[in-house]
Write a protein that binds this ligand. Structure first.
Ligand SMILES: N[C@@H](CCC(=O)N[C@@H](CS)C(=O)NCC(=O)O)C(=O)O
Length: 488
């Protein structure tokens, strides 16, 4: 039996535990307790936790832990994580001091802002300015203490994130909506908005908090994306020097402003069959991104297993990948050499056409192609951030129901030894776009670029990177795209 965590993902102390367990990579089973329906008071839950609070943990021994910080301390010890919760007695006592301060002083003060500015409006009541005015002097005293500490180090207890950061950060996880006056506390502000909010464990668990308590945080962004004009001369790209290269109709000659909707609140509704894209958790064991040569040997087999499990395909062939890292931001799309290393593609396109996909199967598996093509075949890209969350140039997907076949045009790719085909798209006001801001390296976007079935399933999903800085001074997008063929 595995540890069971009873929690409501949106509350402060539950977010604290879920972010901390993710950071510690501690395995657990999640049991939902709806805080706003007061399920923590149900006898089914109070038989474990008589305090009638969430979170609480039921360990495999049957023992129960009812304090969020105690759950994290226990998990850190189980994982023997000396960085997140050091064994050194002094360092540990210092972290414990911050954990106790958080419970006794910091959380109660921030909780008042949370109740006034978030919980009351959600329940249809008005915030009471007198309550905030009464709390403000204490809050400022506490914020100053924390700000001074964060002037010394990147994180509360040094250069690495520890349980102290997870616990202290959780009290202000909705700082904008809590209307916390962070402005004068520059170190505190830097720590929460950059260092903590760039931590993948924090970011991935924060989404459920935002969804429940700060729905306004999700929204739409406007961005210009590069469509292609429908001209008599079809669009082409040459990947080598050729006399015609200068005379072609280049794709991407029709930039248009579009609205792109944050897909996180409805992430579970997207499926490969219905939408042609979906987001899944995928913690690859391989993470040696600086040694590209290792990707095929070590990561491809993980991807094959993962796709068999998620799509039900009998066989999966990984045939190519593209890594986009800092080192190749300035590489042009038509760079002939090292085509596996490129900058994000700022062009609305789909990687295969109804002709080029089967052709690719024949090129890759000539002896088996007839048999394989007699059954269902899909091309699926596995797209994932590497190293850190995406802070700029996210990937946007075009909803299939809003992009009929008439909007797709063939783009001819001229290579020295062969011709290829992509689809590019002409603009339409009906297009509906989605993206997944701040997606983490432990998640993947599965993107279908071809399906042989023509029974109404999504077949071709157009997509593009677009300019949208998520964070101040964003880190360059570093991502990996693995191209696969799934055989059913
Ligand atoms: N000391 C507990 C406090 C937990 C706590 O206050 N939980 C809140 C949600 S964040 C709760 O369940 N309150 C019970 C209630 O309001 O009925 C811990 O840190 O785990």
């Amino acid at each position: 039996m595995v540890t069971k965590i009873y929690a409501d993902k949106c509350t402060v102390n539950c977010h604290k535990v879920l972010a901390g367990l993710d950071l510690l990579e501690y395995p657990y089973e999640f049991v939902s307790v709806d805080y706003f329906k007061s399920e923590q008071k149900d006898p089914a839950n109070t038989r474990f936790n008589p305090f009638a609070t969430v979170p609480f943990a039921v360990l495999d021994s049957g023992d129960v832990l009812t304090e969020s910080n105690a759950i994290l301390m226990y998990a850190a010890d189980q994982q023997k994580n000396d960085q997140v919760y050091p064994k050194d007695p002094v360092k540990r006592a210092q972290i414990n001091s911050w954990l106790l301060w958080e419970t006794s002083a910091w959380f109660p003060s921030n909780y008042i802002y949370l109740v006034e500015y978030i919980v009351k409006p959600l329940l249809g009541a008005e915030p009471d300015p007198a309550v905030i005015a009464a709390e403000a002097p204490r809050w400022h005293r506490l914020a100053k203490i924390l700000d001074d500490q964060l002037a010394k180090n990147k994180f509360i207890a040094g250069e690495h994130v520890t349980l102290a950061d997870i616990a202290v950060g959780s009290g202000i996880h909705l700082h904008e909506h809590q209307k916390l006056p962070l402005g004068e506390y520059k170190n505190l502000q830097r720590w929460i908005t950059q260092d903590m909010e760039q931590e993948k464990s924090w970011t991935s668990t924060q989404r459920d908090v935002d969804k429940a308590l700060a729905p306004g945080k999700f929204g739409r962004v406007k961005a210009s994306v590069n469509y292609t004009k429908e001209l008599e001369q079809p669009p082409e790209i040459y990947f080598y020097d050729h006399e015609n290269a200068s005379k072609v109709h280049e794709p991407g000659d029709s930039p248009n402003e579009v609205e792109i909707t944050d897909g996180w609140p409805i992430v579970d509704t997207f499926t490969l069959d219905k939408d042609g894209f979906e987001v899944k958790g995928f913690k690859a064991k391989f993470n040696n991104w600086d040694d590209e040569g290792q990707i095929a040997n070590h990561l491809y087999p993980e991807v094959v297993d993962f796709l068999k499990r998620t799509t039900g395909a009998k066989r999966v062939l990984v045939f190519d990948h593209t890594i986009r890292t800092k080192a190749n931001v300035n590489k042009s799309l038509t760079d002939e050499k090292a085509t596996s290393q490129r900058a994000p593609v700022m062009l609305v396109h789909c990687d295969y056409t109804s002709e080029s996909a089967p052709k690719r199967v024949r090129q890759l598996l000539p002896n088996e192609a007839d048999d394989l093509l007699s059954r269902r075949v899909t091309f699926v890209n596995v797209w994932k951030p590497i190293k850190h969350i995406v802070e700029e140039k996210p990937l946007a997907m075009l909803a299939v129901e809003s992009s009929p076949p008439e909007d797709f045009m063939k783009l001819y790719l001229r290579y020295r030894d062969r011709d290829g085909e992509n689809y590019v798209l002409k603009h339409s006001d009906k297009h509906k776009w989605y993206y997944f801001p701040r997606i983490t390296p432990d998640e993947v976007i599965l993107l279908k670029t071809y399906d042989s079935e023509q029974d109404g399933r999504a077949r071709f999903v157009a997509h593009t990177a677009f300019d949208h800085a998520e964070t101040e001074n964003p880190r360059t997008r570093e991502s990996l795209e693995i191209r696969t063929i799934c055989f059913f």
